[in-house]
Design a protein around this ligand. Sequence first.
Ligand code: M6R
Length: 366
Amino acid sequence: EKNGFDHFMLKEIYEQPSAITDTYRGRLLVDDGIIRMAGVDDNLERFLNAKRIVIVACGTSWHAGLVAEYVFEDLARIPVEVEYASEFRYRNPIINSDDVVIAISQSGETADTMAAIKLAKEKGAFVFGVCNVVGSSISRETNAGAYTHAGPEIGVASTKAFTTQITVLTLIALKLAKAKGSISNSDFHMHLRELETIPQKVEESLKSNEHIQKVAFKYKDARNCLYLGRGFNFPVALEGALKLKEISYIHAEGYPAAEMKHGPIALIDEEMPVVVIATRKGHYEKVVSNIQEIKSRQGKIIGIVTEGDTSVRELADYVIEVPDTIEALTPLITTIPLQLLSYHIAVMLGKNVDQPRNLAKSVTVE
Ligand code: M6R
């Protein structure tokens, strides 16, 4: 049941440290310096010979696919395309027999994703599934796969499925990077060690809950909200916006921070909250200047920042701190405050958090 939490969504947000641990247990062998995943090991040649990887999914799972695009390309140097399953299936896609298709689905029952898999198989591609529900239709239809071990996800808004999908995909990317030699030994070991600390860092991030509740109270009456991020955290911005719209019915959009000036900046005024993922990594300075652009137009800024940050704090109306980690792993941490923010806003607005209007947990019709 809900284990003392008011909603399944909150319970599932808090389960993430253990869900991530369960997902890498037996796979991430830090002391031995190896990643063991039967579904990948048994098909290693297919992965290594792939000229590209095509990821198909819907909704939050599609966002996990976008994070994976950054991780695979950065670490394993394999070109990745991420497709909405619903678009892929109807546009006569070019699929080669040496393509690897990765289908991501929490439920394993999503109709569009299933149809995309069937099409890819017909064209001779090797299809690998990343599902949460054991024995689901998609897990049976795919040629091989790796389960996320998130446990049952009841809330319609996907939370722990997302972070465990990213965990599995990161493990695969690291494994392929090692096999291809596209990562140095020391970098590989550093990533393994760091991945093992993620559950603890998610736990740390959850400690901001009360502070996030205050931020939620401040912005709960907004009509619109923007989410910005760059690089690995651009998909996290999309996911943050989806979480807010599906459970609070506030209109929200996610953008790569630098796209602001190509249109969305016109929306900014003193009524517009802008959530900016601004961890002290890769594009930090550029994100800070994006924040300045918002500030000079009176936008309200909520910064998701690395512990101890000072530059964003000076500019932002609120900051929410998260622990530091290596760049490729930041999505696993920066997602947490965004989930909590949308949760609290929806609760304050009196919405049905676990079963939002018009939505079903698995979308088995097209
Ligand atoms: O079960 P799946 O992962 O295939 O579901 C895909 C989407 O329907 C799902 O992620 C949906 O977007 C969620 N409600 C998002 O929170």
